[in-house]
Ligand binder design. Structure first.
Ligand code: DAT
Ligand code: MG
Length: 152
């Protein structure tokens, strides 16, 4: 298990519903370290690049419309096995199939309004997404004061 960085975003529905703080708290409480954050309105070009893997899917148009419909909270979280741990904390893609205790299982009901994005575990997708949203100097290196108590 290695220290990794993963890209996470509270989607426009999560922002509108006032869930930024709740979601940030979950990752902080888990021991993950926030290393970058920006509150932005994604433009169409960035949305299409971010979701490029889905461009041939029937839901692509709606997905791009939704993700550009209002501000999002874009973040980079760092920690041991961070990519997979965040995916587990998010739940399934469809909130209806997500376990209680996960973000989507606690705050969503509908596939097209699933509150949160996190990089998938496919090799390199975390780095691709981080690079799309953040410049190198926007990612901060620092120690959390509890690190020696979070890691053996
Ligand atoms: P995830 O967000 O869990 O990584 P994904 O990458 O497969 O899921 O899809 C990206 C987003 O697209 C997902 O969060 C919601 C939407 N989506 C996925 N599958 C869909 C479908 N069959 N119908 C409508 N929207 C879908
Ligand atoms: Mg995905």
């Amino acid at each position: 298990t290695e220290t990794e960085r993963t890209f996470v975003m509270v989607k426009p529905d999560g922002v509108q519903r006032g869930l930024i703080g709740e979601i940030v708290s979950r990752f902080e409480d888990r021991g993950l370290k926030l290393v970058g954050a920006k509150f932005v309105r994604i433009d169409r070009d960035l949305a299409e690049r971010h979701y490029g893997e889905h461009e041939d899917k029937p839901f692509f148009g709606d997905l791009v419309s939704f993700i550009t419909s209002g501000p999002v909270m874009a973040m980079v979280w760092e920690g041991q096995d961070a990519v997979a741990q965040v995916r587990t904390m998010m739940g399934e893609t469809d909130p209806a199939e997500s376990a209680p205790g996960t973000v989507r299982g606690d705050f969503g009901l509908d596939l097209g309004r699933n509150v949160i994005h996190g990089s998938d575990t496919e090799e390199g997708s975390n780095e691709r997404e981080i690079d799309l949203f953040f410049d190198e100097d926007e990612l901060l290196d620092y120690e959390r004061s509890d690190e020696t108590w979070l890691y053996e």
